[in-house]
Ligand binder design. Structure first.
Ligand SMILES: Nc1ncnc2c1ncn2[C@@H]1O[C@H](COP(=O)(O)OP(=O)(O)OP(=O)(O)O)[C@@H](O)[C@H]1O
Length: 118
């Protein structure tokens, strides 16, 4: 199953993303936030640098959420019963997502800072 053709791997990745999107409320919320953030930057006629920062921050946040969802799904599959260790693992994965929301919010505030400073 290793070293499959690129198009096949791409199909698997898109399938995984779509599965997570259908299953996870928080991923859908973050996609919505990224969309709303794009409208916000459009409204500010943001510079290329601000768009780049926003794109990087959004990609980081969405990727972290996908990893979080994958860890949650793995935990639930391997250990469906409640256990303090599973709770801690899920809490750590959630903390990683929380950290990535900081650059996302900062990337949205960047045009505002430039405006206030000018
Ligand atoms: N099997 C378990 N054993 C112990 N605690 C758990 C277990 N499953 C979840 N928890 C606790 O509940 C919290 C929420 O877990 P859950 O799997 O419901 O994620 P979620 O709220 O759907 O997260 P997300 O919004 O990222 O999808 C975990 O962070 C953990 O503290």
């Amino acid at each position: 199953m290793k070293n499959r053709p690129f198009l096949q791997r791409l199909r698997h990745a898109l399938h995984g993303g779509w599965y997570a999107f259908q299953r996870e409320n928080s991923l859908r919320t973050q996609v919505l936030l990224a969309g709303a953030g794009s409208l916000w930057l459009l409204g500010w006629q943001a510079s290329a640098t601000h768009w780049l920062l926003f794109a990087l921050a959004s990609a980081l946040m969405l990727a972290a959420e996908l990893f979080n969802s994958a860890i949650e799904a793995l935990c639930d599959h391997l250990h469906p019963e409640r256990h303090p260790a599973i709770g801690r693992i899920k809490d750590m994965a959630a903390a990683a997502v929380l950290i990535t929301t900081l650059p996302f919010v900062l990337s949205l505030l960047a045009p505002l800072w430039v405006y206030i400073g000018s």
